[in-house]
Design a protein around this ligand. Structure first.
Ligand code: CP
Length: 306
Protein backbone atom coordinates (compact mmCIF):
# COMPACT_ATOMS: atom_id res chain seq x y z
CA UNK A 1 0.00 0.00 0.00
CA UNK A 2 1.51 3.30 -1.07
CA UNK A 3 -1.12 5.90 -0.27
CA UNK A 4 -0.19 9.57 -0.65
CA UNK A 5 -1.97 11.46 2.11
CA UNK A 6 0.35 14.10 3.55
CA UNK A 7 3.60 15.58 2.35
CA UNK A 8 4.88 15.69 5.94
CA UNK A 9 5.61 11.96 5.83
CA UNK A 10 8.10 12.27 2.99
CA UNK A 11 11.86 12.53 3.40
CA UNK A 12 14.05 14.80 1.30
CA UNK A 13 15.22 11.73 -0.66
CA UNK A 14 11.65 10.58 -1.36
CA UNK A 15 10.66 14.04 -2.60
CA UNK A 16 13.71 14.26 -4.87
CA UNK A 17 12.96 10.74 -6.15
CA UNK A 18 9.42 11.78 -7.17
CA UNK A 19 10.75 14.97 -8.74
CA UNK A 20 13.20 12.95 -10.84
CA UNK A 21 10.29 10.78 -11.97
CA UNK A 22 8.36 13.93 -12.89
CA UNK A 23 11.34 15.17 -14.92
CA UNK A 24 11.38 11.93 -16.92
CA UNK A 25 7.64 12.20 -17.51
CA UNK A 26 8.08 15.73 -18.81
CA UNK A 27 10.60 14.37 -21.34
CA UNK A 28 8.10 11.69 -22.39
CA UNK A 29 4.58 11.92 -20.89
CA UNK A 30 3.16 9.02 -22.93
CA UNK A 31 4.26 5.66 -21.53
CA UNK A 32 2.31 2.43 -21.39
CA UNK A 33 2.85 1.76 -17.69
CA UNK A 34 -0.77 1.41 -16.49
CA UNK A 35 -2.12 -1.08 -19.03
CA UNK A 36 -5.00 -2.98 -17.40
CA UNK A 37 -5.20 -0.59 -14.45
CA UNK A 38 -8.31 1.39 -13.47
CA UNK A 39 -8.02 4.60 -11.45
CA UNK A 40 -11.06 6.13 -9.69
CA UNK A 41 -11.27 9.91 -9.25
CA UNK A 42 -13.76 10.79 -6.51
CA UNK A 43 -14.26 14.56 -6.25
CA UNK A 44 -16.58 15.63 -3.43
CA UNK A 45 -15.47 19.26 -4.04
CA UNK A 46 -15.12 21.21 -7.29
CA UNK A 47 -11.87 21.04 -9.25
CA UNK A 48 -10.54 21.88 -12.68
CA UNK A 49 -6.75 21.32 -12.64
CA UNK A 50 -6.36 18.55 -10.08
CA UNK A 51 -9.02 16.22 -11.49
CA UNK A 52 -8.24 16.85 -15.14
CA UNK A 53 -4.48 16.53 -14.69
CA UNK A 54 -4.85 13.30 -12.72
CA UNK A 55 -7.18 11.93 -15.40
CA UNK A 56 -4.88 13.08 -18.18
CA UNK A 57 -1.98 11.43 -16.37
CA UNK A 58 -3.83 8.09 -16.26
CA UNK A 59 -4.77 8.38 -19.93
CA UNK A 60 -1.21 9.22 -20.96
CA UNK A 61 0.05 6.22 -18.98
CA UNK A 62 -2.34 3.83 -20.73
CA UNK A 63 -4.78 3.27 -17.85
CA UNK A 64 -8.53 3.87 -17.57
CA UNK A 65 -10.51 6.27 -15.41
CA UNK A 66 -13.83 5.97 -13.59
CA UNK A 67 -15.28 8.37 -11.06
CA UNK A 68 -17.37 11.46 -10.42
CA UNK A 69 -16.90 15.20 -10.23
CA UNK A 70 -20.19 15.88 -8.46
CA UNK A 71 -21.06 13.72 -5.46
CA UNK A 72 -24.71 14.84 -5.58
CA UNK A 73 -25.14 12.39 -8.48
CA UNK A 74 -23.91 9.47 -6.39
CA UNK A 75 -25.39 7.37 -3.60
CA UNK A 76 -23.73 9.73 -1.11
CA UNK A 77 -26.86 11.83 -1.63
CA UNK A 78 -28.93 8.85 -0.39
CA UNK A 79 -26.87 8.72 2.80
CA UNK A 80 -24.11 6.25 1.88
CA UNK A 81 -21.11 6.72 4.15
CA UNK A 82 -17.60 7.56 3.00
CA UNK A 83 -16.41 4.17 4.24
CA UNK A 84 -19.00 2.30 2.16
CA UNK A 85 -18.29 4.45 -0.90
CA UNK A 86 -14.56 3.68 -0.62
CA UNK A 87 -15.23 -0.04 -0.12
CA UNK A 88 -17.44 -0.10 -3.24
CA UNK A 89 -15.03 1.84 -5.44
CA UNK A 90 -12.11 -0.35 -4.36
CA UNK A 91 -14.06 -3.31 -5.80
CA UNK A 92 -13.67 -1.71 -9.21
CA UNK A 93 -10.44 0.30 -9.19
CA UNK A 94 -6.73 -0.26 -8.45
CA UNK A 95 -6.20 3.25 -7.09
CA UNK A 96 -8.42 6.00 -5.66
CA UNK A 97 -7.76 9.73 -6.11
CA UNK A 98 -10.05 11.64 -3.75
CA UNK A 99 -10.83 15.28 -2.97
CA UNK A 100 -13.06 15.84 0.05
CA UNK A 101 -14.28 18.86 2.00
CA UNK A 102 -13.53 17.27 5.39
CA UNK A 103 -10.07 17.57 6.90
CA UNK A 104 -8.75 14.08 7.56
CA UNK A 105 -11.09 12.40 5.05
CA UNK A 106 -8.19 11.20 2.91
CA UNK A 107 -6.40 9.67 5.89
CA UNK A 108 -9.62 7.92 6.92
CA UNK A 109 -10.20 6.65 3.38
CA UNK A 110 -6.66 5.26 3.23
CA UNK A 111 -7.23 3.39 6.50
CA UNK A 112 -10.38 1.63 5.28
CA UNK A 113 -9.40 1.16 1.64
CA UNK A 114 -7.90 -2.08 0.32
CA UNK A 115 -6.29 -0.07 -2.54
CA UNK A 116 -3.98 2.98 -2.31
CA UNK A 117 -5.54 6.42 -1.90
CA UNK A 118 -4.12 9.73 -3.16
CA UNK A 119 -5.23 12.86 -1.34
CA UNK A 120 -6.32 15.43 -3.93
CA UNK A 121 -7.12 17.96 -1.17
CA UNK A 122 -8.92 17.52 2.16
CA UNK A 123 -10.65 20.65 3.42
CA UNK A 124 -8.21 23.29 4.66
CA UNK A 125 -5.72 20.61 5.66
CA UNK A 126 -3.41 19.30 2.91
CA UNK A 127 -2.96 19.23 -0.87
CA UNK A 128 0.15 17.08 -1.28
CA UNK A 129 -0.04 16.46 -5.04
CA UNK A 130 -0.20 20.25 -5.54
CA UNK A 131 2.94 20.47 -3.43
CA UNK A 132 4.78 18.06 -5.71
CA UNK A 133 4.03 20.22 -8.73
CA UNK A 134 4.95 23.31 -6.71
CA UNK A 135 8.31 21.77 -5.78
CA UNK A 136 8.85 20.73 -9.38
CA UNK A 137 8.07 24.27 -10.55
CA UNK A 138 10.42 25.81 -7.98
CA UNK A 139 13.21 23.39 -8.88
CA UNK A 140 12.78 24.03 -12.61
CA UNK A 141 12.78 27.81 -12.29
CA UNK A 142 15.40 28.25 -9.54
CA UNK A 143 17.70 25.30 -10.34
CA UNK A 144 17.58 24.31 -6.65
CA UNK A 145 15.17 23.90 -3.76
CA UNK A 146 17.72 24.98 -1.17
CA UNK A 147 18.05 28.30 0.68
CA UNK A 148 15.22 30.19 -1.05
CA UNK A 149 13.16 33.18 0.07
CA UNK A 150 9.53 32.12 -0.33
CA UNK A 151 6.75 34.68 0.15
CA UNK A 152 3.34 33.15 0.86
CA UNK A 153 0.60 35.70 0.27
CA UNK A 154 -3.13 35.84 1.00
CA UNK A 155 -5.23 33.19 2.69
CA UNK A 156 -2.69 31.39 4.86
CA UNK A 157 -5.38 30.24 7.28
CA UNK A 158 -7.49 28.10 4.96
CA UNK A 159 -5.01 27.63 2.10
CA UNK A 160 -4.16 23.94 2.16
CA UNK A 161 -1.55 24.39 -0.58
CA UNK A 162 0.59 26.66 1.60
CA UNK A 163 0.31 24.28 4.56
CA UNK A 164 1.61 21.39 2.48
CA UNK A 165 4.33 23.49 0.83
CA UNK A 166 5.60 24.71 4.18
CA UNK A 167 5.97 21.13 5.43
CA UNK A 168 7.72 19.92 2.29
CA UNK A 169 10.22 22.77 2.32
CA UNK A 170 11.49 21.86 5.79
CA UNK A 171 14.14 19.74 4.09
CA UNK A 172 15.53 22.66 2.07
CA UNK A 173 16.35 25.46 4.54
CA UNK A 174 13.90 28.08 3.26
CA UNK A 175 13.12 31.50 4.69
CA UNK A 176 9.37 32.03 4.59
CA UNK A 177 7.60 35.36 4.58
CA UNK A 178 3.96 35.07 5.63
CA UNK A 179 1.96 37.97 4.17
CA UNK A 180 -1.65 37.90 5.31
CA UNK A 181 -4.27 39.99 7.08
CA UNK A 182 -4.64 38.95 10.71
CA UNK A 183 -7.96 37.20 9.98
CA UNK A 184 -6.16 34.91 7.52
CA UNK A 185 -2.76 34.56 9.17
CA UNK A 186 -0.80 31.33 9.25
CA UNK A 187 -2.36 29.07 11.93
CA UNK A 188 -0.41 28.64 15.17
CA UNK A 189 0.05 24.92 14.55
CA UNK A 190 2.07 25.66 11.39
CA UNK A 191 4.13 28.36 13.11
CA UNK A 192 4.86 25.83 15.82
CA UNK A 193 5.82 23.35 13.11
CA UNK A 194 8.30 25.91 11.76
CA UNK A 195 9.85 26.37 15.19
CA UNK A 196 10.12 22.62 15.76
CA UNK A 197 11.81 22.14 12.37
CA UNK A 198 14.00 25.27 12.55
CA UNK A 199 12.26 26.88 9.58
CA UNK A 200 12.83 30.65 9.51
CA UNK A 201 9.79 32.84 8.99
CA UNK A 202 8.84 36.51 9.12
CA UNK A 203 5.24 37.77 9.28
CA UNK A 204 4.07 40.86 7.37
CA UNK A 205 0.81 42.71 7.02
CA UNK A 206 2.08 45.05 4.27
CA UNK A 207 2.19 43.81 0.68
CA UNK A 208 4.18 46.21 -1.51
CA UNK A 209 7.28 46.33 -3.74
CA UNK A 210 9.63 46.55 -0.74
CA UNK A 211 8.14 43.51 1.02
CA UNK A 212 8.73 41.34 -2.06
CA UNK A 213 12.06 42.83 -3.24
CA UNK A 214 14.15 39.87 -1.98
CA UNK A 215 11.70 37.12 -2.94
CA UNK A 216 12.79 34.15 -5.07
CA UNK A 217 9.23 32.82 -5.11
CA UNK A 218 5.98 34.68 -4.52
CA UNK A 219 3.21 32.17 -3.89
CA UNK A 220 -0.14 33.93 -4.23
CA UNK A 221 -3.31 32.31 -2.90
CA UNK A 222 -7.02 32.82 -3.35
CA UNK A 223 -9.13 33.83 -0.36
CA UNK A 224 -11.19 30.66 0.07
CA UNK A 225 -14.77 31.83 0.18
CA UNK A 226 -16.06 28.27 0.65
CA UNK A 227 -14.27 27.90 4.01
CA UNK A 228 -15.78 31.01 5.67
CA UNK A 229 -18.68 30.61 8.08
CA UNK A 230 -19.10 34.41 8.20
CA UNK A 231 -19.48 35.81 4.64
CA UNK A 232 -19.22 39.38 5.97
CA UNK A 233 -15.69 38.55 7.03
CA UNK A 234 -14.98 37.15 3.55
CA UNK A 235 -16.20 40.42 1.99
CA UNK A 236 -13.88 42.41 4.29
CA UNK A 237 -10.71 40.48 3.37
CA UNK A 238 -11.30 39.13 -0.14
CA UNK A 239 -9.42 41.85 -2.05
CA UNK A 240 -6.91 42.83 0.58
CA UNK A 241 -3.79 41.83 -1.41
CA UNK A 242 -3.64 42.17 -5.17
CA UNK A 243 -0.34 41.65 -7.00
CA UNK A 244 0.01 44.23 -9.79
CA UNK A 245 2.69 44.45 -12.48
CA UNK A 246 4.02 47.74 -11.10
CA UNK A 247 4.86 46.03 -7.79
CA UNK A 248 7.56 43.95 -9.51
CA UNK A 249 9.80 46.98 -10.19
CA UNK A 250 12.32 46.08 -7.45
CA UNK A 251 12.05 42.28 -7.74
CA UNK A 252 14.98 39.90 -8.29
CA UNK A 253 15.66 38.64 -11.85
CA UNK A 254 15.10 35.03 -10.78
CA UNK A 255 11.75 35.76 -9.10
CA UNK A 256 8.90 33.55 -10.24
CA UNK A 257 5.25 34.06 -9.29
CA UNK A 258 3.29 30.92 -8.46
CA UNK A 259 -0.39 30.42 -7.70
CA UNK A 260 -2.15 27.06 -7.33
CA UNK A 261 -5.14 28.59 -9.19
CA UNK A 262 -7.96 29.29 -9.61
CA UNK A 263 -7.33 32.99 -9.15
CA UNK A 264 -10.15 35.39 -8.51
CA UNK A 265 -8.79 38.90 -7.99
CA UNK A 266 -5.43 38.44 -6.31
CA UNK A 267 -3.22 38.69 -9.40
CA UNK A 268 -3.99 41.54 -11.80
CA UNK A 269 -4.12 40.51 -15.45
CA UNK A 270 -1.21 42.83 -16.28
CA UNK A 271 1.09 40.40 -14.44
CA UNK A 272 0.30 37.57 -16.89
CA UNK A 273 2.58 38.97 -19.60
CA UNK A 274 5.50 39.46 -17.22
CA UNK A 275 8.25 36.85 -17.69
CA UNK A 276 8.20 36.29 -13.91
CA UNK A 277 4.61 34.98 -14.02
CA UNK A 278 4.80 31.20 -13.92
CA UNK A 279 1.35 30.03 -12.74
CA UNK A 280 0.11 28.62 -16.04
CA UNK A 281 3.32 26.64 -16.58
CA UNK A 282 3.03 25.56 -12.93
CA UNK A 283 -0.38 24.03 -13.66
CA UNK A 284 1.08 22.24 -16.69
CA UNK A 285 3.76 20.73 -14.45
CA UNK A 286 0.90 19.11 -12.54
CA UNK A 287 0.57 16.50 -15.25
CA UNK A 288 4.17 15.29 -14.84
CA UNK A 289 4.12 15.43 -11.05
CA UNK A 290 0.88 13.45 -10.94
CA UNK A 291 2.16 10.82 -13.38
CA UNK A 292 4.98 10.30 -10.87
CA UNK A 293 2.62 10.15 -7.87
CA UNK A 294 0.30 7.64 -9.57
CA UNK A 295 3.17 5.37 -10.59
CA UNK A 296 4.69 5.53 -7.13
CA UNK A 297 1.34 4.63 -5.53
CA UNK A 298 1.06 1.60 -7.80
CA UNK A 299 4.60 0.41 -7.09
CA UNK A 300 6.09 1.50 -10.42
CA UNK A 301 9.60 2.83 -9.72
CA UNK A 302 12.15 5.07 -11.38
CA UNK A 303 13.98 2.11 -12.93
CA UNK A 304 10.84 1.18 -14.90
CA UNK A 305 10.56 4.69 -16.32
CA UNK A 306 14.18 5.24 -17.40
N1 CP B 1 -4.91 23.97 -7.67
C1 CP B 1 -6.08 23.30 -7.58
O1 CP B 1 -6.27 22.47 -6.69
O2 CP B 1 -6.96 23.62 -8.56
P1 CP B 1 -8.39 22.93 -8.75
O3 CP B 1 -9.22 23.29 -7.53
O4 CP B 1 -8.94 23.48 -10.03
O5 CP B 1 -8.17 21.45 -8.80
Amino acid sequence: MNSFITIAEHTREQLLYLLEMARLFEEQPNRNLLEGKVVATLFFEPSTRTRLSFETAVNRLGGRVIGFSDASNTSTSKGESLKDTIMMVSNYADLIVMRHYLEGAARYASEVSPVPVINAGDGANQHPSQTMLDLYSILKTQGTLDNLNIHLVGDLKYGRTVHSLLQAMRHFNPTFHFIAPKELSMPEEYKLYCKEHHIKYVEHSEFDEDTIAEADIIYMTRVQRERFTDLMEYERVKDVYILRGSMLCKSKPNLRILHPLPRVNEIAYDVDDNEKAYYFQQARNGLFAREAIICNALGIGLEQIK
